[in-house]
Ligand binder design. Structure first.
Ligand code: SF4
Length: 248
């Protein structure tokens, strides 16, 4: 089956009317073991994992450990794996340690061009090595995050992975997310959030944010322009193309 962005319009409109857990059920029913949740262990992602686990949906959960994450984030991964026994947490790693990369190429994250390469090597490449294993990747991107993500739709294409990208929380507001987390003590929450981190990333490139700052203001604060890691197609901008999926 050939899938294009245009052919996904109707599905996106349909999924926009479903609850997040019903979108997860749809993905699980349609793709089974060829679907996975992708999360950096920030609160919207761990809530998504909680919803899947509570509904008995046995997703793989992909987590990219860049080698320069806060220890709290790794502990969140471990706690999530312990607490959500329906899920299989899989850690993906870059080819080189950060020390080896730095010895060979310098501190890439200090410049815009270097940051793109560093994120490509340490975040995107480990995920892209999984190409062919999954037909659908589910993540917790929300329009409420602003920036490039204000355009995220419930379903899109990932031409690099040859897979659908599904965003069950695309239309979930900050207020709705706060309420959901307050009402469910079973959600594993990264302790960095209580320290002022609104988003979770590598420690050289992520800081806490002030209450009146945008959600992603703490990412790559040392670089002049707004940056993304490139792991999510919506952050890379529009791209024309199609993917082939097995008929189901
Ligand atoms: Fe490198 Fe920073 Fe990207 Fe992490 S966020 S992969 S340290 S540039």
């Amino acid at each position: 089956m050939r899938v294009t962005e245009a052919s996904l319009e109707a599905l996106s409109e349909r999924l926009a009317r479903e609850t997040p857990v019903d979108v997860l059920r749809f993905v699980h029913r349609t793709f089974g073991r060829r679907a996975a949740i992708l999360t950096s262990m920030q609160r919207a992602g761990t809530w998504l994992c909680r919803l899947a686990d509570r509904a008995g949906l046995d997703f793989d959960v992909l987590f990219v450990d860049t080698g320069v994450l806060h220890e709290e984030t790794r502990r969140t991964r471990d706690e999530l794996a312990r607490a959500h026994t329906n899920l299989r947490v899989i850690t993906l790693s870059p080819a080189r340690t950060f020390a080896a990369q730095t010895a060979e190429e310098g501190l890439l994250y200090l410049s815009v061009e270097g940051q793109e390469r560093c994120c490509e090597l340490r975040k995107a490449a480990p995920l892209h090595a999984q190409r062919g294993r999954y037909d659908a990747l589910v993540s917790a991107l929300r329009q409420g995050e602003g920036g490039a993500r204000s355009k995220v739709r419930p379903v899109g294409l990932d031409l690099v992975m040859g897979a659908l990208r599904v965003h069950p929380l695309a239309h979930v507001t900050n207020a709705e997310l706060n309420r959901a987390l307050a009402e469910d003590p079973g959600v594993v929450v990264n302790p960095l959030h209580a320290m002022g981190f609104r988003t979770i990333g590598c420690f050289p490139c992520t800081t806490p944010v002030l209450p009146d700052e945008p959600e992603r203001a703490g990412r790559w604060r040392h670089l002049a322009s707004v940056q993304y890691c490139g792991i999510n197609p919506v952050d890379r901008g529009a791209a024309e193309g199609a993917i082939e999926l097995d008929d189901r």
